[in-house]
Design a protein around this ligand. Structure first.
Ligand SMILES: *Cc1c(COP(=O)(O)O)cnc(C)c1O
Length: 461
């Protein structure tokens, strides 16, 4: 009999209190949510419970509709101290990129047209020209991301043939990118050499056969091995590849073009992240890297190398499947210009690496004072920020955090549930907002938002 008390789907769809949810989700979308809630009610009755009151059911539908709507892309405030957070969209875009997207995307553009001649051209011609100069390469190709770059290079060179890789480099980068799986998908046969911790140049040399398509070197972006470890230096591999007439391909990840780019990062960490140019000079025939890690641009990937190799990759049908769109190019060009000018402060993620602890203290102190004047306890503390995004796994920057009083989980949840959501991190049972990664949307009063959100949950000052 309890089942009969449940409201009918059609009645709920016409319920005036759900008209907002219906407008936002559409009638079909709302129906999905209504069915979910009613089926939970039926399950509850089946296990001996009672049907919820009609009002409560309407409320549950409202809450669930809101949760669905919150899954749209929304601005969040990154106070995690992780500069390149893959879950938070990696590198924030430069203001100039955002302006270019608006300009280029709101009308037509010369994406594949040479206006001087009226003839068709290749998209990305200028961006690829600049990227080649910046990395000291003969030629460059821009694709959807680094995973696509690696897959394109390997499937073009090595389908039905062998690729030699060190056992210490059969790594997982995250998000489903595992080197053995990428090789399998490219149709190449993986030839593993050496051991997890030690691989020598002879191991590569002895594995070369007439069926070898290329040697592959993978940069350990998201982990670091110490102890009894050894692998050939890149120049040794470069020499071997040249002597045997086999291409050497490097999956680099990072996207650092010059040492100056990393001026904000400690010397010891910088030494672990090779520049694209250094890889080419060491003898790599093609280097693949991300454009939204330390390069600081929109999601994208690049392959740079010899004219011959890049031209062959470009002609591969797979290149067409992973080409970039005009929005990406519009965003990328101002970032390339900034690299050309060495104007690293114009690239937000690099600007963040350059903020001094004193800059952060000043910012933190202003926030702390406003919270204190509203009766909310918070203290500045030293923290460590990280690069993240599978880049320079060990690198840590000194940073400053705002340590908020009160139960860490309760505070963190209240901040996540606000709009915009604020994501902090939990340190020693406290919710801490790291100031290094804090970008505040224009016109948004962060202190006021914190005061309102925290008043019910934070410890009083
Ligand atoms: C990050 C990374 C990738 C994946 O790059 P995406 O741009 O995320 O596709 C592949 N290889 C290495 C070594 C990386 O660091």
């Amino acid at each position: 009999m309890e089942y009969r008390k449940l409201p009918k789907v059609d009645r709920l769809l016409d319920e005036p209190r759900l008209s907002g949810a219906k407008a936002a989700l559409g009638a079909r979308g709302l129906k999905v949510v209504v069915r979910e809630v009613l089926s939970e009610q039926r399950a509850q009755i089946r296990s001996g419970g009672l049907a919820a009151a009609a009002d409560e059911i309407v409320e549950q539908i409202q809450t669930r509709s809101q949760r669905r709507l919150a899954q749209r892309l929304e601005v969040v405030v990154n106070a995690t101290g992780v500069l390149l957070h893959t879950n938070l969209g990696r590198a924030p875009l430069a203001a100039a990129s955002v302006r270019r997207i608006a300009e280029v995307a709101s009308g037509y553009s010369n994406l594949e047209l040479d206006t001087a001649t009226g003839e068709r051209t290749r998209r990305a011609v200028h961006a690829e020209f600049q990227l080649a100069q910046l990395s000291g390469a003969e030629s460059a190709l821009i694709v959807n991301n680094n995973a696509a770059a690696v897959l394109l290079a390997l499937s073009h060179l090595a389908a039905h043939r062998e690729v030699i890789v060190s056992r210490g480099e059969l790594v997982e980068i995250g998000g489903g990118f595992r080197i053995p799986d990428v090789l399998a998908r490219s149709g190449a046969k993986l030839v593993e050499v050496g051991t997890t911790n030690r691989t020598r140049i002879e191991d590569f040399e002895n594995a070369i056969t007439e069926n070898t398509a290329c040697l592959l070197r993978v940069h350990p972006s998201n982990f670091h091995m110490t102890g009894f470890v050894e692998r050939p230096v890149l120049t040794q591999l470069g020499e071997l590849a040249e002597r045997r007439g086999i291409p050497l391909i490097k999956d680099l990840g990072g996207g650092v073009l010059s040492d100056a780019q990393l001026a904000g990062i400690a010397e010891a960490d910088r030494a672990r992240e090779p520049t694209v140019e250094a890889c080419l000079r060491a003898g790599c025939d093609a280097v693949c890297f991300s454009l939204d890690k330390l390069f600081g641009g929109p999601q994208g990937g690049a392959i740079v190398g010899s004219t011959e190799l890049i031209a062959a990759f470009r002609k591969d049908p797979f290149a067409r499947a992973v080409r970039v769109g005009k929005l990406t190019l519009a965003a990328l060009e101002p970032i390339l210009d900034a690299h050309v000018r060495n104007a690293f402060d114009d690239i937000p993620v690099l600007a963040m690496t350059r903020l001094t602890v004193d800059d952060l203290k000043t910012r933190g102190e202003a926030l702390r004072e406003r919270l204190a004047s509203a009766g909310i306890a918070a203290q500045l503390m030293s923290t460590e920020a990280a690069i993240g995004g599978g880049t320079l796994a060990e690198a840590r920057f000194p940073s400053i955090g705002l340590n908020i009083g009160g139960d860490a989980e309760t505070v963190a949840q209240a901040l996540r549930n606000g709009r915009p959501a604020i994501l902090g991190r939990i340190v020693d049972d406290r919710c801490v907002l790291d100031l290094r990664t804090l970008i505040v949307p224009e016109g948004f009063d962060l202190a006021q938002h914190l005061i309102q959100t925290l008043a019910p949950v934070a410890a009083p000052a």
